[in-house]
Design a protein around this ligand. Structure first.
Ligand code: SF4
Length: 368
């Protein structure tokens, strides 16, 4: 019964992708055993990343007022989400947040700016702050700044930027339904420019934007063709006022199937259970750690997410380790304790809680 899963794991170890028929079965087979699938996907995950989980902390360096119309984004010109727009934060603030991320144990500090494209002038400004971050803190850096051409990408690469994030977001076929102000081809051009400039690319997708199973298959194989080393898989966060909303297609089980498919098609990649993991994977989130080796903590571009403490607790409870960095003092946060939501490690006895019988007696006495 489990031979089929073992065969998928062996293929992944040989860096061979599943066939299209196998991939389709992973996504929609009614006889798929979820735990066996997670186990198969965990084999290459363990081979390339052991027991470690990389935590990323995101700094939304400039918020809102974007000219683009990405329907999933609260910063877009078509969203009516209440948003406090702000211009690019100053360097001091970006550096302070980098230090905070390093001390919190992040492996990577991700900076994001709203807007269509990154100009040379702004790239030079970022180059300076990236040089300082790399000199001061043991952090990998990532920048998400819209469309980037090769010369601009080179400025960032020379400054020491490790990765440029530019998500494909959805399939080429589905792209026009989520954005009209720039095209899928524009996104591909940016990814290829980054590669030529010597930057690692970080590119993934958002599930829950009306895509079909075929679209999902198209994206995961496209990312393999592009040899993308870092694949964030986001689960659409339902933000009030955004035109693109999920119709309820994302169950925790389906999210795990997609993560497993992405891992088996891209066995060496850093697979990230990214934005929306908390609300869509819910009780199944720990199973995602056997597939993905990377997470965000402390929220996303415009919405909250689990804190560092909550994220680390869950990672450790599942038996995984936080990859951390040289500045991170694990002993500060690694305190196993009794834990229930909304409470500290010590619990107050509920002295005032009344038994149902006592309550009944009181009501009877009052009415007699
Ligand atoms: S995803 Fe980026 S380009 Fe698109 S609307 Fe949001 S900030 Fe603008």
């Amino acid at each position: 019964m489990f031979e089929r899963y073992a065969a998928l794991a062996e293929k992944a170890l040989r860096d061979e992708a599943p066939t299209l028929a196998e991939a389709r079965w992973i996504l929609e087979g009614v006889d798929v055993e979820l735990l066996a699938l997670v186990q198969a996907a965990s084999v290459p995950r363990r081979k390339y990343y052991g027991n470690k989980i990389f935590v990323q902390i995101l700094n939304n360096v400039q918020n809102g007022a974007c000219t683009e119309d990405c329907g999933y984004c609260a910063q877009s010109k078509v969203s009516t989400a209440p948003l406090q727009a702000y211009k690019q934060k100053n360097d001091e603030s970006i550096l302070q947040e980098a230090e905070k991320a390093a001390r919190a144990g992040a492996s990577r500090y991700c900076m994001a700016v709203s807007g269509r494209a990154l100009s040379r002038e702004r790239a030079e400004k970022f180059a300076s702050v990236i040089r300082t971050i790399k000199a001061r803190y043991p952090l990998e850096t990532c920048l998400s700044a819209g469309l980037v051409d090769e010369d601009t990408a080179r400025i960032l690469a020379e400054a020491g930027l490790d990765r440029l994030n530019h998500n494909l977001n959805t399939s080429e076929t589905n792209y026009a339904k989520i954005c009209s102000t720039h095209s899928y081809a524009d996104r591909m051009t940016t990814l290829l420019a980054a590669k030529r400039a010597g930057l690692e690319s970080c590119s993934g997708f958002i599930l829950g934007m009306g895509e079909s199973r075929d679209d999902v298959l198209e994206i995961v194989y496209r990312l393999r063709e592009l040899e993308v080393p870092s694949i964030p898989i986001n689960f659409l966060i339902p933000i009030e006022g955004n035109p693109v909303q999920d119709s309820g297609s994302l169950t925790p089980e389906y999210c795990l199937r997609v993560l497993a498919l992405a891992r088996l098609v891209n066995p060496r990649a850093e697979i990230r259970a990214a934005a929306g993991r908390e609300g869509h994977l819910r009780a199944l989130e720990p199973l995602a750690y056997w597939i993905a080796n990377s997470l965000f903590a402390e929220g996303y571009l415009t919405t909250r997410g689990d804190s560092v403490a909550e994220t680390y607790r869950r990672i450790r409870d599942a038996g995984f380790e936080i990859a951390g960095n040289a500045l991170y003092d694990e002993t500060q946060s690694n305190k196993p304790s009794y834990h229930i939501a909304g409470s500290g490690p010590l619990i107050k006895p509920e002295l005032l809680r009344e038994s149902p019988r006592r309550k009944h007696e009181k009501v009877s006495n009052a009415s007699s």
